[in-house]
Design a protein around this ligand. Structure first.
Ligand code: ATP
Length: 297
């Protein structure tokens, strides 16, 4: 297969979960989820190039991340090249901005950006459905990261329904210094549900809030079943949530398996005051001011 474009720079957007529910566990161990996803303007940037040699090479601005065959961006390129028998050399440069192991799907989004980018560079051999089917073999969040916007995600993350775009909010992300392993949090959830009653989101109410563009109902319905699990391991999450509320955040929730907390504001001045406070109180490198991202149609 011959490329039609030899170099491409593309964005990989972070996501938050406006809701995250677990409906059960499948016989293969995967959790059946029901989540409302929202992409953010905050993004990594990937530059993809066809090179003279062969094989995949990678560099990354964050030297704490491996830039080798264990990186999801590398694995996505490898999978794409094997599926479409591409023998060209491919170089990937990843400018990492999205915090790692934070519940913001940074790795999945990088992989999705590589799949989308290479597909464009090789003249679109894959349909969007084929690209999503390829992506889900690398990670359950990758089909969503290919679609972006406000989306209902079901199954293990492969059943996607685009929703009316969420109303605009300023979004402040605050990441505690501790990381959270997605696998560990899901395992801990399985044991916690045996002994404790965990609040579940009212997904229907949230879907109706989105349809009616009801900001109040949307922020009051934010709910993530994994939050009580991660809070047990990272109690700082509760402290951050309470602080952000005192600064006037209308809705505050942990994203994904955590530990990042997001706060939604309608008022830019309040969100900027909260940002400055978090930066001054030990979260200088873990605070990100962003907003909702709407993909172009
Ligand atoms: P999710 O919300 O999908 O569970 P996350 O935001 O919690 O993801 P990631 O930032 O995607 O977590 O990182 C999870 C793990 O994947 C990290 O431990 C990291 O070492 C590994 N990883 C591999 N490739 C990447 C990448 N390109 N960016 C970030 N992490 C990566």
């Amino acid at each position: 297969m011959k490329p039609v474009i030899s170099e491409l720079t593309t964005n990989a957007y972070a996501k938050i979960n406006l809701s995250l529910d677990i409906l059960g566990t499948r016989p293969d161990g995967y959790h059946e989820v029901c989540m409302i996803m929202q992409s953010l303007v905050l993004h990594d940037t990937l530059t993809l190039r066809i090179t003279d040699g062969s094989g995949i090479s990678m560099t990354c601005s964050d030297t704490s991340l491996p830039a080798d065959e264990t990186n999801l961006a590398y694995r996505a390129a490898d999978l794409f090249c094997k599926t479409y028998t591409i023998a060209d050399g491919i170089s990937i440069h990843l400018e990492k901005v999205i915090p790692v192991a934070a519940g913001l799907a940074g790795g999945s989004s990088d992989a999705a950006a590589v799949l989308r980018g290479l597909n464009t560079m090789y003249g679109s051999p894959a349909t969007p459905e084929e690209l999503a089917a390829l992506g889900v073999t690398l990670g359950a969040d990758i089909p969503y990261c290919l679609m972006l916007g406000t989306v209902l995600s079901e199954g293990i993350g492969e059943k996607l329904t685009p929703l009316p775009p969420a109303p605009d909010f300023y979004c402040l992300l605050v990441k505690p210094s501790a990381g959270a392993s997605t696998k560990q949090i899901y395992t801990e959830y399985d044991s916690l549900v045996q002994t404790e009653s965990i609040p579940h989101p009212d997904t229907e109410a949230l879907l109706s809030a989105l349809k009616k563009r009801n900001r109040k109902a949307l922020v009051s319905g934010l709910c993530n079943v994994l939050e009580p699990v991660t809070v047990k391991l990272v109690p700082e999450i509760d402290t951050i949530k309470n602080t952000l509320r005192t600064f006037g955040a209308e809705g505050v929730l942990m994203s994904g398996s955590g530990p990042t907390v997001f706060a939604l504001f309608s008022d830019v001045a309040k969100s900027k005051r909260a940002e400055a406070h978090m930066r001054e109180t030990g979260y200088a490198s873990g605070t990100f001011f962003t907003s909702f991202y709407r993909p172009a149609k």
